[in-house]
Write a protein that binds this ligand. Structure first.
Ligand code: IMP
Ligand code: MG
Length: 173
């Protein structure tokens, strides 16, 4: 049996993204911004966020996986790496949700080797209580407790990404 409960409505998400985009636009006014989306989960958040940022920017993507079902495998695999030159750029990593922190830590380490001018991160959701490594995002949409979220890009077994809202997902299998 599967069950879900709405956590954030479409409208609540859009209001928060507008605020994040405003802050990011101010912070990166005179910078050389390269926004890197972490696929697949960040696809919807990334698209909505960049369209509300009004400072010039370039984009690129990582395709990463670490989850199987509702648990992190602890093993972060990079399936698709960047195409853009990172050297001297101001990097903003955009992910859907931070959980153990393993993905963000690994991506930050990879990027550091390529000599960017700065690296920051933005996540729509943050499960702060689940961290296994010390890493934080600089811009966070909403903090959430230890639950499994789906919708607005986030999946359970690659499903539910197309829900326009964010819900807590429960599977009793
Ligand atoms: P972390 O490496 O454990 O921080 O988690 C990284 C990735 O796992 C996130 O970017 C998501 O793509 C996925 N993930 C973590 N928690 C959830 C969740 O509650 N729902 C859907 N995906 C999740
Ligand atoms: Mg992700």
């Amino acid at each position: 049996m599967e069950d879900w409960k709405t956590l954030f409505t479409e409208q609540e998400i859009q209001v928060r993204i507008k605020q994040l985009a405003k802050q990011i636009s101010e912070d990166y006014k005179d910078k050389d911004l390269l926004i890197i989306g972490v696929l697949k989960g960040a696809c919807i958040f990334f698209s909505d966020l960049i369209r509300l940022i009004d400072t010039p920017l370039a984009i690129d993507f990582f395709i990463v996986s670490s989850y199987s079902g509702q648990e992190s495998s602890g093993n972060v695999e990079i399936h698709f790496d960047l195409r853009e030159d990172v050297k001297g750029k101001d990097i903003l990593i955009v992910d859907d949700i931070i959980d153990t922190g393993l993905t963000l830590k690994r991506l930050k380490e990879c990027l550091k080797e390529k000599s960017p001018r700065s690296i920051k991160a933005c996540a729509l959701l943050d499960k702060k209580t689940k961290r296994q490594v010390e890493v934080e995002a600089d811009y966070i949409g909403f903090e959430v407790p230890d639950l499994f979220a789906v919708g607005y890009g986030m999946d359970y077994k690659n499903k539910f990404r197309n829900l326009p809202f964010i819900a807590e997902f429960k599977s009793n299998k």
